[in-house]
Design a protein. Structure first.
Length: 97
């Protein structure tokens, strides 16, 4: 779950940055308007605001994912021996169930 939040956070952050740059840079606006003509009718202040909000949402999701603790395994094996002679001799339960 943590990995999904991180991936979505990165995607949103990059998408927000791209949208912000589109709204803030006239050269990029000209290039995009040739491919997608309807984009020239959008108010650029709204596009810039949307880009910032999306980027901040992605950053917030990344921070949230970083603060989550990794799940502790419920059981871990107990080994005896070394190297290839190592054998599982028991199972230890971790934490309260």
């Amino acid at each position: 779950m943590r990995l999904k939040k991180k991936v979505v956070g990165y995607v949103l952050s990059i998408a927000g940055l791209v949208i912000f740059l589109y709204g803030a840079t006239p050269k990029i606006q000209e290039i995009v308007a040739k491919v997608l003509p309807f984009t020239s009718k959008l108010p650029m202040s709204t596009v810039i605001t949307a880009g910032v909000i999306i980027a901040l949402g992605g950053i917030g999701l990344l921070v949230w994912a970083a603060r989550e603790k990794a799940e502790q395994p419920k059981e871990v094996p107990i080994y005896a021996g070394h190297g290839s002679e190592r054998k599982i001799v028991g199972i230890q339960r971790m934490g309260k169930q």
